[in-house]
Design a protein around this ligand. Structure first.
Ligand code: GLN
Ligand code: ZN
Length: 768
C-alpha cells in the first residue's frame, strides 16, 4: 500500500505567495525575493508531507498563478499578442507569464490578459489556453524539471504532476474557426514526450497525469484520442510509472475507457462518488493499480476512518495491498492550509475539522490502520476519530429541531407566489408607478478605501459602534441623495455595511462559522475565506432591515431591499457533509424567506435576491442537472414567494450562458431579473427572446468589470438591440453587476449617461 497527495495548497498558510506576488507586481520586491518565497513554500510543503510519512510527494503542483497557465507556458502555447513582451530587453519568463495572466500595460504596450474561467465545479479559476488553427507547441519552460531537481535536493524523489494532454486541450478555447482543438493532440504529443524524456533522465519514477475530463460526458472522438495519446506515451516509456488522476465525480460510463488506458495507476474520487467502487473492482484489469481518493480534498471535515477503512479493505481483499494507493480525493488546492492556526474556533467544532495539513496526516493514518497489525497508537487514534465523529453527530450545536420541523413542513404552496406574473405585474404597476425603461443598479456602490478603513477600525475597536453607524449612515444618505439627483428610478442603499455578500449574511445566521486563516485560492493572488456551515441554519434576527429601512426613510423614491439568495450562500461556503446540499439549501431558503417577510413589513416594496452562483452549482454531468435545478429553483422560490402580489421580487445573475437553463430561470418566477449582458453585446438576450421569457428583464448595458466609461450613445444602441428582441414594457436599464469595485468618478459619469440613455430611449419609443 502506498500513500500519495495529488497536490498541496501553494498560497502558504499565511498567504505568503499572495503577498509576495502583489509586492512583485507593484515593484516593491525584486524577482529574486519572489523566487525565494516560492522556493520556501515548496520546501515547506514537501517537508510537511515528508514528515507525515507520505510515500509519493508531488512536485510541479506549485504555481505562481495557475497550474493551467504553467502548462500553457511549458508547452509554448503563447498567444501572438505577447510576443512583444518576450522581445523586451531583460524580459524574464515570469514577466511573460504574469503578462498572460494579468495583461500588460506599461512601456507603451497595452496587451489584454488571457481569459479566466472556473475549474470544473470549484471556485478556483484557471487561465484558459488559447489555440489557433495550426497551433504549434514546443517545450518552452524548465519549471517542472527545476522543481523536480529542487525536491531531489531536499531528499525527495517527487512525483511530477502534469495536466494530461487531453484535459489540457479540452480546457482550452479555439480562437479561430475551422478546427477542432482535439486534433491538436498530434502536435502536442511530442512536447509531452520531450517532457517525459527529460524527467526520466532526471530519474523520475512516477508521473501523475491529471485527467479530470474523464468524469465528464465525453464524445466518441474524445475517447479515441484518450486511447491514442496514452497508447503512444506508453510505447515510448515502457518503464515509467503513470498515474491517471480523475476527480470531482465518478467515472460512470467512462469507466471502461479509463481502465483500458495503458497506465499503471488509476485514481478515482470516492468522496464524490463512493458507489463507483464496486463496479471499478469488477472491471479493473490486473495490470492496473487503484488509487482511492478517500479523504475529502474539497471540504474541511475530518475523515470518517471507519467508513474509509471499509472501502480500503474491500480493495485490499480484491486487489491485494500492493495494488492499493490511498490519497485525498483531489488536489488539496481547494482546502485551507492548516487548522493549527485557528486558535479562536470553538474547540468542540474545531475537533470536527481537518485542513490540508491535517488531511495529509489522515491519509497516512488510514494506511497504518489498514495494515494487518496496526500499532496501539494507531488504534487509539482510530478510537479518537470515532469519538470525534460521534460527538459531531450528537452535538446540540448542530441540531435545531425547530428548523428541521420547518423544513419538513414546507409545502408546494410555500414555493409559489399567490398569483400569476400577469396579475402581479398589474398590481405592482399600480403601486410602484414606474416609467417605461425603469433604471436601477445591482446593489453595491463603490467600497472606497475610506469605507473599508472604517470597517477595519470598527473591528479593531478603534471606532465605536455608534461612530461606525454614523459614518455608514452618512455614506448611505449621500448615495441616496446622489441617485435621486441623477434621476434613477429604483434606488439602492449601497451595501456599505457589507464586507462580502455571503459573509455578511453568514455572520448573522446560526449554523455558520468563520475561520481566521481558512484561505483558499480563487484565482492568482486572490484568495477567499468561505464560511463553514456546520449546523442547522436559522436567522435569529432581521439582517438587512435596519439599513434598508434607513435608506427608504431618506427618500420618496423606492429603495430596493438587497439579499443574497440561498443557492449562492450555499455555493460559496464549505457545506456540511452529513446531509444533502439540498437540505442545507432549504434551511437557508427559509431564513431568507423570513428576511423577505421582515423587509416587506418594514415597507420595502422591491426586494432583490441575488443568485449569481446558481449556474456554477450545475453538476458536471448533464444527467444530474435536472435534479439540482429542481431543488435550487425551489430554494429560490421558497425564499421569495411569501410576499404579496404588490411586492416586486428581483433577482440578479452575472454570467453569460443562459441557453441551457433558461427554462429553469423562468421557473424561478422573479418579477424582474437583471443579468450581465454588455460584454456579449446583448447576444445572450436571444436566449430570453427565443424562449419568450415572460417576466421583466434588465440586461446590463454597462460593463462594470472594466474602468472604461461607456457613452450614452453606446448604451442607447445596446438598449435598441434589447428592444428589438424583447418587448419594451418588459425592459429595465441597469449595469451588469454591483459597483463595489469601481471608483466613484467612473461610476458617476457612467450612471448619468445610463439614465440619459434610458430616458431618451423612452421618449423615442413613445413618439413612435
Ligand atoms: N448585490 C450585489 C452587489 O451589487 C451583487 C453582486 C454579484 O452579483 N456578485 O454587489
Ligand atoms: Zn453580478
Amino acid at each position: 500500500m502506498q500513500t500519495h497527495i495529488l497536490g498541496y495548497p501553494r498560497i502558504g498558510s499565511k498567504r505568503e505567495l499572495k503577498k509576495a506576488c502583489e509586492q512583485y507586481w507593484s515593484g516593491k520586491i525584486l524577482l529574486e525575493e519572489l523566487l525565494q518565497t516560492g522556493s520556501n513554500l515548496r520546501n515547506q510543503n514537501w517537508n510537511i508531507q515528508k514528515e507525515a510519512g507520505i510515500d509519493l510527494i508531488p512536485c510541479n503542483d506549485f504555481s505562481y498563478y495557475d497550474h493551467v497557465l504553467d502548462m500553457t507556458l511549458t508547452v509554448g502555447a503563447i498567444p501572438i499578442r505577447y510576443h512583444e513582451v518576450i522581445m523586451k530587453e531583460n524580459s524574464t519568463e515570469l514577466d511573460l507569464y504574469f503578462a498572460m495572466a494579468r495583461g500588460y500595460q506599461k512601456e507603451g504596450l497595452d496587451i489584454t490578459a488571457m481569459e479566466m474561467t472556473k475549474w470544473f465545479d470549484t471556485n478556483y479559476h484557471y487561465i484558459v489556453p488559447e489555440f489557433i488553427k495550426n497551433q504549434k507547441f514546443r517545450l518552452n519552460s524548465n519549471k517542472i524539471f527545476n522543481e523536480f531537481a529542487d525536491a531531489k535536493q531536499a531528499g525527495i524523489i517527487a512525483k511530477p504532476v502534469i495536466i494530461g494532454p487531453i484535459s489540457y486541450l479540452l480546457l482550452g478555447k479555439e480562437k479561430e474557426p475551422g478546427f477542432d482543438k482535439l486534433d491538436l493532440a498530434e502536435n502536442l504529443l511530442p512536447v509531452y514526450i520531450e517532457i517525459l524524456e527529460k524527467l526520466q533522465e532526471q530519474e523520475a519514477k512516477c508521473i501523475q497525469f491529471d485527467e479530470p475530463f474523464l468524469v465528464l460526458d465525453l464524445t466518441e472522438k474524445t475517447k479515441e484520442k484518450y486511447k491514442w495519446v496514452y497508447g503512444e506515451i506508453r510505447k515510448k516509456f515502457p518503464k515509467l510509472k503513470f498515474i491517471i488522476a480523475t476527480y470531482f465525480d465518478g467515472l460512470k460510463d467512462n469507466l471502461s475507457l479509463a481502465v483500458s488506458l495503458p497506465v499503471n495507476v488509476l485514481h478515482v474520487d470516492l468522496v464524490r462518488n463512493p458507489k463507483q467502487l464496486d463496479e471499478i473492482l469488477n472491471t479493473i484489469p490486473e495490470t492496473l493499480d487503484l488509487s482511492l481518493g478517500i479523504v475529502d480534498g474539497r471540504n474541511i471535515w475530518k475523515s470518517d476512518y471507519e467508513k474509509s477503512l471499509y472501502y480500503i479493505k474491500k480493495c485490499i481483499e480484491k486487489l491485494g495491498s500492493e495494488r492499493v494507493f490511498i490519497a485525498p480525493s483531489c488536489s488539496l488546492l481547494h482546502s485551507p492550509c492548516d487548522l493549527d492556526f485557528e486558535t479562536n474556533l470553538n474547540p468542540e467544532i474545531k475537533n470536527w475539522l481537518a485542513f490540508a495539513k491535517q488531511k495529509v496526516d489522515e491519509v497516512v493514518k488510514l494506511k497504518e490502520l489498514a495494515n494487518e497489525n496496526p500499532t496501539n497508537k494507531s488504534l487509539m487514534e482510530f478510537a479518537e476519530n470515532k469519538e470525534s465523529l460521534s460527538s459531531r453527530k450528537m452535538s446540540p450545536l448542530i441540531h435545531n429541531e425547530v428548523v428541521k420541523q420547518r423544513v419538513n413542513a414546507v409545502t408546494e404552496t410555500d414555493a409559489k407566489r399567490k398569483n400569476s406574473f400577469r396579475l402581479r405585474k398589474a398590481a405592482q404597476q399600480k403601486v410602484l408607478q414606474l416609467p417605461l425603461f425603469p433604471t436601477t443598479t445591482i446593489g453595491s456602490f463603490p467600497q472606497t478605501t475610506e469605507v473599508r478603513a472604517w470597517r477595519a477600525k470598527f473591528k479593531k475597536g478603534e471606532l465605536t459602534a455608534q461612530q461606525y453607524d454614523a459614518l455608514l449612515k452618512k455614506e448611505t444618505q449621500r448615495t441616496i441623495r446622489w441617485q435621486e439627483e441623477i434621476g434613477i428610478d429604483v434606488l439602492v442603499h449601497g451595501e456599505f455595511e457589507r464586507n462580502d455578500m455571503v459573509e455578511y449574511f453568514g455572520e448573522q445566521m446560526d449554523g455558520f462559522l468563520f475561520s481566521k486563516n481558512g484561505w483558499v485560492q480563487s484565482y492568482g493572488s486572490r484568495c477567499v475565506k468561505p464560511p463553514i456551515i456546520f449546523g442547522d441554519i436559522s436567522r435569529p434576527n432581521p439582517m438587512t432591515v435596519y439599513w434598508s429601512h434607513y435608506a427608504q426613510s431618506q427618500t420618496e423614491k423606492w429603495v430596493k431591499g438587497m439579499l443574497t439568495g440561498p443557492v449562492t450562500i450555499l455555493q460559496w461556503s464549505f457545506v456540511r457533509n452529513d446531509q444533502p446540499r439540498s437540505e442545507t439549501c432549504k434551511q437557508i431558503a427559509l431564513a431568507i424567506r423570513d428576511e423577505v417577510a421582515d423587509l416587506e413589513k418594514a415597507g420595502i416594496k422591491i426586494i432583490q435576491i441575488d443568485e449569481p452562483a446558481i449556474r456554477e452549482g450545475l453538476p458536471l454531468r448533464k444527467n444530474d442537472w435536472e435534479n439540482y435545478l429542481k431543488w435550487a429553483v425551489e430554494a429560490f422560490k421558497i425564499s421569495s414567494s411569501g410576499v404579496e402580489d404588490t411586492t416586486q421580487i428581483h433577482t440578479h445573475m452575472c454570467y453569460s450562458e443562459f441557453n441551457d437553463i433558461i427554462k429553469n430561470i423562468a421557473d424561478m418566477d422573479a418579477d424582474v431579473i437583471t443579468i450581465e449582458c454588455s460584454r456579449s453585446q446583448m447576444e445572450l438576450l436571444n436566449a430570453f427572446a427565443d424562449f419568450k421569457y415572460p417576466n421583466e428583464i434588465g440586461p446590463g448595458v454597462y460593463d462594470i468589470h472594466s474602468p472604461r466609461i461607456p457613452s450614452k450613445e453606446e448604451m442607447i444602441e445596446l438598449l435598441q438591440k434589447a428592444k428589438s428582441v424583447i418587448p419594451a414594457d418588459q425592459l429595465w436599464v441597469n449595469p451588469d453587476c454591483g459597483l463595489k469595485t469601481r471608483h466613484w468618478d467612473e461610476t458617476k459619469k457612467a450612471l448619468i449617461s445610463m439614465v440619459a440613455a434610458a430616458k431618451e430611449s423612452a421618449v423615442v419609443f413613445e413618439n413612435n
